[in-house]
Design a protein. Sequence first.
Length: 305
Amino acid sequence: MQKWGMADLNDIAVFVKVAQYGSFSRAAHSLGMPVSTVSRKVTSLEEQLGVTLIQRTTRKLSLTAQGRAYYDRCSEPLSHLLDAEQAVSETQRKPAGFLKISVPVILGQEVFYEFISAFLKTYPDIQVDLFVTNLFLDLVAENIDVGIRFGDLKDSSMVAQRLGKSVRYLVAAPEYLKGRALPAKPEDLKEHRCVLLNGRNGEAEWHLVSGRKSLDLRVSGPVSSRDFDAVSAFTYRGHGIGLLPSTYCDEQIRRGELIRLLPEWSSPEIFVHAVYPTRRFLPLRLQVFLEALKAWNTPLWLPLH
């Protein structure tokens, strides 16, 4: 038995998992132990420390003030210990194990699945659990190894590696423009039908920049979606002016299927990052995934240079 002060390291590790999941049964599932063992280990830790760490009610469990303080102190050193153990053993083996990845809906499409497929074939001992969602998941609480994020990063406790950038253009199909006056200045967009991303009640706000000038415009239109694939589909079909990532419209502009409007205006540059919880040692499976991501020549964002 390893001792860390008086408390048993295994018990501490179990408590930290219960605190992360907020549930004995989910922690038990993740640890591959019976719930009774998990419960017993937490009780034994509480007895060793002489405090109650977890308030158990039938509905849900919550940390006591001491439990919260203890968790805040333990979780980081513990993950370093586990990482250290892993780092030592990983020098002798190939990348393996579960990789939980969270990506926004814009990546829920064929080219990204192709990338993941090639990655899995290269590393047959890695299993991927993929969350495709625009919800801002808490990577630590949800036990996620890495997320891909577009735009502003909200969480400073994460490590962020820049992968690329994205910029959006104002475009419309020739069919939509037939018989309509082209916008000569951004304000003219208010008179047009627009295809909206995340619109509310048929309206959305567009943030546009041109050199040092920038403005926010309220635009409205007949269709809104949470997903660029849908926004681009309705823009291509002539339902209005879209604000689309350049990677979704460069080819169509070249072929004359879309017209770029107000070409001196665009969205600000948005950066794409891979984010993951702070760790001294990255698991080998995460290292190889980050390397593959950086090497990926993707149509979904522009290279940084």
